[in-house]
Design a protein around this ligand. Structure first.
Ligand code: NAG
Ligand code: NAG
Length: 436
């Protein structure tokens, strides 16, 4: 008897969800549109091949296309839902709780960094709560490859992001001159404030970064900026004695060890508005005005390209920089000479940065373990079974290295992240049943 009641209640509940889905489906889905191949083609050809910011018009056009397709798809979706009810049900219930603010994530990809970039983006959406707009600057030859990678991701993942792919370009000032001055890929990120005119703030990361906790958590630093801060980075090194800048740099740099630009938060609105102090003219210069002369002045002294320019800029304008702790940009430097990142020892690694190519060789297997498990994780599987346990196993194989000897530093935060996600899912799942 009780079983019958329960069954009936479950059926009613499922029915309710189905009806809700039909009514809310359109309204809910439309803003989640991601860059369709058509829309991207449209964008790439507009503006004479220059990168253009995603204007509201573009997104609206995409939505219209999607809406048309949507009504045709509705019936198909109904039958799909009947087939695999529970998993879709879970997702439906999670939707209304998704907050509306978008986070923006930018990356510049050249050469053979496609897989690395896709793995980084995957780590961002696996753990994040708010939705993310990806701004991907890539060589034209990579565009279709990105598009087909995104198509492989399941629809539950697609709801969490939109993307735009832009060509590598200096679409401000004299583009030809810029191209001659900079290596195209290296300096692209310096131009983001001018290219992404409609974006207020963004997180820029190198392709070899992996998020081990929600992007929301690093995004929160933006709200901690005081009135003058407009960018945030972590120190390049924790120990001046062995840091690169403190030993070798022939140009000014921020603080005692310089900053690493592989993970960089930017309030673009502020960067566009600010007059920056410099040692070229007594008056301040805007970001856009400053880049060219600064490069001219220092080009014979810089080694690491745009990161050096950023260090020079913030040497002259220290009040504009927020420095976050090393756990948010954790590199082999933090453990290969012994553990020296205090914040990661306390809280675990939050953002992993496998520079020096360590995801692709065998020098730092501790870093490579993360890369491989995130890359190979089949989206909809159980996180503990298909990611955390394989990670632990792989990590154990790295104990012969200095970095591999501190599993508590590497694993603490990602374990917490997974527990939190698991709890979110379980609560969503159990909630209604407790009510009946
Ligand atoms: C960035 O700065 C502008 C201007 O000060 C401010 O209005 C905006 O809220 C800031 N953005 C974030 C995400 O804090
Ligand atoms: C903001 O913080 C920076 C770094 O701590 C500091 O140099 C700057 O003076 C602060 N700005 C304001 C307006 O308090």
């Amino acid at each position: 008897m009780r079983i019958h009641c329960k069954l009936l209640a479950s059926l009613l509940c499922l029915g309710g969800v189905l009806i809700l889905y039909l009514f809310l489906g359109n309204a809910e889905e439309e803003p989640h549109v991601k860059g369709t191949p058509k829309a991207n083609a449209l964008q790439a050809t507009s503006g004479h091949g220059r990168a253009r910011p995603p204007t509201p018009g573009h997104f609206r056009a995409m939505q219209d296309q999607k809406a048309q397709r949507h009504s045709k798809k509705k019936n198909k979706k109904m039958s799909e839902m009947k087939a695999k009810g529970p998993s879709l049900r879970e997702q439906e219930k999670k939707r209304p709780t998704m907050p509306e603010e978008w986070m923006h994530l930018a990356v510049v990809t050249c050469g053979d960094r496609l897989e690395e970039t896709v793995t980084m983006l995957k780590s961002a959406i696996l753990f994040s709560k708010k939705r993310i707009k990806f701004h991907i600057f890539a060589e034209d030859s990579l565009k279709t490859e990105f598009e087909s990678k995104f198509k492989e991701w399941p629809s539950a993942a697609s709801r969490k992001y939109e993307y735009n792919i832009y060509p590598i370009t200096f679409s401000v000032g004299n583009a030809e001159e810029w191209k001659k001055l900079f290596k195209p890929c290296a300096a692209q990120r310096l131009f983001l404030p001018m290219i992404l005119k409609d974006v207020d703030s963004l997180l820029y990361v190198d392709t070899d970064v992996l998020f081990l906790r929600p992007l929301d958590d690093i995004w929160a630093f933006l709200h901690q900026f005081n009135d003058t801060q407009l960018a945030a980075m972590a120190p390049e090194h924790e120990i001046p004695k062995i840091g690169w800048y403190s030993r070798f740099a022939r140009h000014p740099f921020y603080g005692t060890t310089g900053v690493n630009s592989g993970v960089m938060l930017m309030n673009l609105t502020r960067i566009r508005k600010t007059q920056f102090k410099n040692n070229m003219i007594p008056a301040g210069l805007t970001w856009e005005e400053m880049l060219h002369p600064l490069y001219q002045k220092y080009k014979n002294y810089i080694t690491w390209g745009d990161q050096d320019l950023l260090n020079i800029i913030f040497y002259f304008n220290p009040e504009n920089l927020y420095v976050f702790p090393c756990q948010w940009n954790y590199r082999p430097d933090h453990c290969m000479y012994g553990s020296n990142c205090k914040s990661a020892e306390d809280d675990g690694v939050s953002v992993l940065h496998g520079n020096r190519g360590v995801y692709h060789d065998d020098k730092q297997p501790a870093f490579k373990a993360f890369y491989e498990v995130i890359r190979d994780y089949p989206f909809e599987d159980n996180l503990f079974q298909s990611m955390y346990y394989p990670l632990q196993t792989k990590f154990l194989e790295s104990v012969h290295t200095l970095c591999g000897r501190i599993p508590q530093v590497f694993l603490k935060q990602i374990e917490k992240t997974m527990k939190r996600i698991y709890e979110r899912r379980v609560i969503v799942h159990v909630g209604p049943r407790v009510r009946d």
